[in-house]
Design a protein around this ligand. Sequence first.
Ligand SMILES: [Zn+2]
Length: 707
Amino acid sequence: MTSTHETTAPADLDPANPFAAPSALPYGLPDFSVIREEHYEPAILAGMAAHRAEVEAIATNPEPATVENTLVALERSGQLLGRAARAYFNQLPSDSTPGLEDIQERLAPLFSAHRDAINMDARLHERVRALADAAEAGDLDLEPDTAYLVEKLMTQFKRSGIALSPGDQDTLRELNARITSLEASFGRKLLAGANEASVLVTDEAELAGLSADAKAGARAAAAARGQDGWLLEMQLFTHQNVLASLQDAATRERVQSASMARGATGGENDTREVLLELARLRAHHAQLLGYEHHAAYTVADATAGTTAAVNEMLGRLAPAAVANARREAADLATVSGAPRRPEPVEGSDGVAAADWSFLNEAVRKERFNLDDAALRPYLELERVLHDGVFKAAGLLFGLSFVERPDLPGYHPDVRVFEVFDAVEPGEPGTGLGLFLADLYTRESKRGGAWMDSLVVQSTLLGEQPVVVNNLNIVKPPAGEPTLLVWDEVTTLFHEFGHALHGLLSDVRYPSQSGTSVPRDFVEYPSQVNEMWSWEPQILKSFAVHHVTGEPMPAEWVDTMLASRIWGEGFSTTEYLAAALLDQAWHQLTPDQVPTSVEDVLPFEAAALAAAGVDFASVPPRYRSTYFNHIFGGGYSAGYYSYIWSEVLDADTVQWYAENGGLTRENGEAFRRKLLARGGSQDPLVSFADLRGRAAEITPLLERRGLV
Ligand SMILES: [Zn+2]
């Protein structure tokens, strides 16, 4: 017998710890009014112990495996750990303290050991395999979500190396440890190398064009290192933002060369040796697990499935993107007062990479003269939220939102909204979940914007979703309205798209809830939601002057729309070049990986040429030697994901357009066929169910002006 509710917390967790029992607040919102930093670690440790004990009971159950005593029991296990860890990992990036950071340092190896202990449990594997075999033989009838769960679990076991001999398992563990340490080393070298690559300017005249703020920042950066002058520091990507404003061509050239040389300058911060070893060890790791190379290993667990599918998609986009970048280069070359290079750079169509964004900025100012300062009074946060983001969700999905100031957030800036479903005018509707909006920047919050879940929806556990959106909007002085720039409006819609994926989830198993989908799919619903910021009905509703109530002038809207595809040739090309490099390095078998550091840049050049993206005016967004996403951690062989999701997104935008746009009926279809399904079936099946066919690439090409 499995109990419906988890048993009481383990004896070694203080019952006064707020995580010891499920929260009594609505929707299981963690009670942040009593949670303190010191509650997290003991709750997580006790949660790990409890989870292990629950898993042990499943693994040693003398009864033959059944769906109930194995799969359902696994899905029910780990609830204490889940609620404590979710609250902790939500707070860590959003409102961090040195104490919370220390906890992470202590717990990171324990989390990885905890996962391994479960994924490498041979007894558990046997029980799941027995169910998979019985289903395969036709002796056991599994419901579709359960069948998909079994399939995913078997994949997870395979990828953990459970089927390997003890000797190979040891090798695998050694490889994992070495890979992790090489990734950390790549990151460290990159950081030190970026400092080393900073460009020191001692003659102020060479900084002409730079804003006063940027200059002051550069001055302070130099002073911080005891240098006299102005220090132009490196951002991670190739194309440095200062290039758009620096009027002096020689300074631009210095910045561009320093940026592109990172990681290949010899000496301590050279990353070439590390990246070669990483490429080789990852390939070895993949082969040990039965995959041809690391890219095959990575995409097998994504919606792409095979590297052939990834190559095909990148291969179709690349020529169109480069052709468009070449058209843009021709356009830039005609800018009046454009820097004329005495010796055009080979293969650059007359526009040097260092000059691109300076010329681009000139064109942008001339053709799309949009002033952020003039736009902002029309983009006031409360209106954007209520008359934009929430309104679109109401019209599409029948949702309504009521602020609950009585419910505690984890920081005073956090606002809690109760979400109601299918509300009729004048009716209260059914409570669906909670949406927490943590929109302001602060020192304790990391940069960027993201969505998180505090409670994941599951009918098995009877839980409704509690989701969080984090943004980094600068807080105005007390009593003043928060006025946004257009990018922040888009980000708000984007993150809310993730929130909807969590809120509208309607699945049985918690592991399949909402955003529990592969990373090449997870950005898709959020990208789709961005479209509503441009929808005339929605835009008209929120883009209203916060004092006068006047709508935003129509010609501004037209200009904004027109400016959207300007520059897409450049940005698509630099992105695709990086994505192709990622694939090139990770589609090698161990013995195909070059052995000498001298071969790294030639390999890169050959890979770009083979893919047709060797256009010198537009270098890759990241070169191999400073491609932190893929060599410093998580995104190896996965950098293609952004555009993969965007193919689905653009095709869906077209589906809406073909079916009448912003209607309740379309929203309902998108909700039921796609958002609600979460990870309970192959996400591409959900997509085809909605679209009536597999995804096509043309809508993306059209959107980016690449046709
Ligand atoms: Zn996103």
